[in-house]
Design a protein around this ligand. Structure first.
Ligand SMILES: *Cc1c(COP(=O)(O)O)cnc(C)c1O
Length: 245
């Protein structure tokens, strides 16, 4: 796999040609090919995998370039960056909030967001319930690896937590989200993704009307190929697509 890392020189021009723009185009094509091949290997359809461009490190211009390439999902992890990109970009985009979400920020994003990937506590569910006038698509964030530094529910707490969400009809559990530990060898992340998928299947078979739980948000720059092989339906890619300013 070829990686174009335009780390420190993000945004410079040579003879009026944006290097970043070219890199994003190349990166986008490369990721599309990876998605296609990972789907072929695992008997899936590439149309079942949505690519979220994570633009938290980069400018509005870089996000616009990604959209020109064909990106239709944008992810941000802070309220300010989220609102800035939302205001600056054309319509026709699905908006994803992927970072840990403070309850007091919910009111600023609730009318703009299409998916919240970081539901991890009842107080946040209560705030979503209160601030929205319709069901909001939410992923439960699960700390599969159990690392102390990671947000998310412990695997064993997921089903009881989901059952308690029945009291909040504006919280619709569309799926589960996780972040795998960073590994030099991405293959090492496979058990984490496999575990999330098993959890998703368990919840699905409980047939809870407020928790269809069909989706899996997993896979980042370092490990998205493995995540797709293990069933990811949303991958969240920042550095390898739009760079890391
Ligand atoms: C930043 C971030 C990403 C993207 O990370 P990259 O390694 O740059 O692809 C994905 N998911 C979450 C939750 C993030 O915070």
């Amino acid at each position: 796999m070829v990686t174009l890392d335009f780390g420190h020189h993000c945004g410079y021009d040579i003879d009026g040609v944006s290097v970043v723009g070219q890199s994003i185009a190349v990166n986008y094509q490369m990721i599309q090919e990876d998605i296609q091949q990972a789907c072929e290997r695992s008997g899936r359809s590439a149309s079942d995998v949505a690519l979220i461009a994570v633009t938290k490190y980069v400018s509005l211009t870089a996000a616009e370039t990604a959209v020109q390439q064909g990106v239709r999902h944008i992810g941000e992890s802070r309220e300010q960056g989220f609102s800035q990109k939302w205001e600056g970009l054309q319509q026709g985009i699905s908006w994803h909030f992927i970072g840990s979400l403070q309850s007091r920020k919910v009111k600023h994003i609730i009318d703009k967001v299409d998916y919240i990937h970081s539901l991890d506590r009842l107080s946040l569910a209560k705030e979503i319930q209160k601030r929205s006038d319709k069901p909001v698509n939410c992923f439960l964030q699960v700390n599969v690896s159990g690392e102390a530094t990671k947000h998310g529910l412990a695997s064993n707490d997921v089903l009881p937590f989901i059952k308690s969400l029945a009291a909040y009809p504006n919280v619709r559990v569309v799926g589960l989200m996780t972040m795998a530990p960073h590994e030099e060898d991405a293959e090492q992340t496979r058990p984490v993704f496999r575990r999330l998928r098993q959890l998703r299947d368990d919840i699905q078979s409980a047939s809870l009307s407020h928790a269809p739980c069909t989706e899996l948000s997993m896979g980042m720059s370092n490990d998205y190929v493995i995540a797709i092989e293990e069933g990811a339906t949303f991958i969240r890619i920042g550095t390898r697509l739009v760079g890391h300013a």
